[in-house]
Design a protein around this ligand. Structure first.
Ligand code: ATP
Ligand code: MG
Length: 444
């Protein structure tokens, strides 16, 4: 390329987002909050690879689902011919790891994960090709108690995040036998009204008719509302489980509506299914979806083990948090080092390291293409950084082995010997800490 020809700009992959520094504090707040809520219910973290064997997802998720039919990023590893897929969801990988490492051997497990998922969808608000989920999986628990506990964990998270407009929809989809009985009647019903089914519904009629109930097509709403209800096909055991969940939720004042059309997109669910939904995000209003998946572990080669879990979409929750009010811009550091001249710069490096040893966040002024900058322009940067103190060193300070320590809030300046700068700032920041902890990063 010739030197004066401008290189062509490369942009990010469609539907995959950058999380920019301006949004990072919101993400951190979400991540810290969800982690502490999960810990308060005894969940342990698990991290699995972003890539798995394609067969894991086709077996775990089910062939006639949006994900496996048309959303998976699958490819052949050209080095060895392996068939691989970027994970479209987290449960399959977690369950694979639990089986592979025999994790459920010592007893039931409460696990959680966080990370990017990949689905080749049409990008739109709240729907991306790379998106982040936090999920929880309770492996080896069979009763309604843990289903209710998962739901209550979510309620606590919404509370802690200050999100109030999220409602709970609940349903039971019974077991395979009950679904089969319902399915026969459902197909018969839809066949009677075949002219009202859209193309997708017609295609799914015999493969996965339950999914038709999930349609977002407005012209089919009356049809699906009047369809046979799976709830009416549940027998004693499934009903007892469902009632068990509702009883715990009722006793704990958890509000919900039973939505008989709630079926979930993935095939492996049974019994309890739930979604947390908001009206504030337009069409993509489901922020968390979960349910029981007792048949899954056996289906992918493990010993029969009951399980239940949920996954929440972080982008949608971040958007809700933004609507609820942005937290004010956090400070980048506690101390900003301002210096002029080579000897002062070297002294600044030494002091900055000592301040960091003491647990402070420090930005040391560094040169740009325009040069190191005057004292004045460096002080502007110090003010803009949100630091509590600027430590200023020039030739005079080097000569007297002192620094000018300026409190940026109070605009007061003191001369402090080099070897007392750390103690001076730590004392003042800890003192400050009681009044205004939000702006202080100090972490001894
Ligand atoms: P939908 O019917 O909206 O496609 P889904 O059934 O495919 O949802 P799940 O697989 O249950 O969604 O995923 C759980 C949660 O993850 C969703 O409720 C949503 O918050 C989030 N999510 C799913 N797909 C996306 C996506 N493409 N972009 C952003 N978030 C997503
Ligand atoms: Mg989907």
């Amino acid at each position: 390329m010739s030197e004066n020809k401008k290189a062509e700009k490369i942009v990010g992959v469609k539907g995959m987002n950058d999380i920019l520094p301006a949004d990072a504090p919101m993400w951190e707040l979400f991540e810290n909050t969800v982690q502490s809520v999960l810990q308060s219910y005894g969940f342990q973290k698990i991290v699995t690879p972003i890539v798995e064997d394609t067969s894991l997802f086709s077996r775990a998720i089910g062939a006639v689902t949006d994900i496996v039919e048309k959303e998976m990023y699958s490819f052949e590893d050209s080095m060895n011919g392996d068939q691989l897929t970027l994970r479209p969801e987290g449960t399959a990988g977690v369950v694979r790891a639990v089986i592979e490492h025999n994790l459920a051997y010592e007893g039931p497990k409460r696990l959680w994960y966080k990370g990017p998922m990949f689905r080749h969808e049409r990008p739109q608000r709240g729907r991306y090709r790379q998106f982040f989920q936090v999920g929880a999986e309770c492996i080896g628990f069979s009763g309604p108690d843990v289903d209710a506990e998962l739901i209550m964990l979510c309620r606590r998270l919404w509370d802690d995040l200050g999100l109030s407009n999220i409602r709970l929809e609940l349903n039971s989809i019974g077991n395979a036998e009950e679904r089969n009985a319902h399915r026969a009647d459902l197909i018969a019903y839809f066949e009677q009204h075949i002219d009202q089914l859209d193309a997708e519904a017609q295609r799914r009629l015999h493969a996965n008719p339950l999914r038709i109930l999930d349609t977002k097509n407005p012209t089919m709403q009356d049809l699906v509302n009047n369809a046979p209800r799976l709830l009416d096909y549940l027998k004693d055991e499934s009903l007892a489980h469902f009632n068990g969940v509702k009883k715990i939720l009722d006793a704990n004042n958890v509000q919900y509506t039973v939505n008989p059309r709630l079926v979930r997109g993935l095939d492996y669910y049974n019994r309890t299914v739930f979604e947390w939904v908001t009206d504030e995000l337009g069409a993509q209003g489901t922020v968390c979806a979960g349910g029981r998946y007792d048949p899954l572990i056996e289906q992918i080669g493990g010993k029969p083990t009951p399980a239940v879990g949920f996954a929440m979409g972080i982008e949608r929750l971040i958007e809700l948090m933004k609507l609820a009010g942005e937290p004010h811009e956090p400070a980048q550091c506690d101390v900003y080092m301002v210096h002029q001249g080579e000897a002062a710069q070297l002294q600044s490096f030494i002091l900055a390291e000592r301040l960091r040893d003491a647990g402070l966040d420090v930005i040391l002024h560094c040169a740009t293409a325009a040069g190191a900058g005057s004292f004045k322009s460096q002080m502007k940067k110090a003010d803009g950084s949100g630091a509590s103190f600027a430590v200023i060193i020039g030739e005079d300070e080097v000569a007297s082995q002192t620094a000018a320590v300026k409190s940026l809030g109070e605009q007061q300046q003191e001369t402090v010997p080099f070897d007392q700068v750390v103690d001076y700032i730590v004392d003042h920041i800890v003192g400050d800490h009681d009044h205004d902890h939000e702006h202080v990063h100090y972490h001894p």
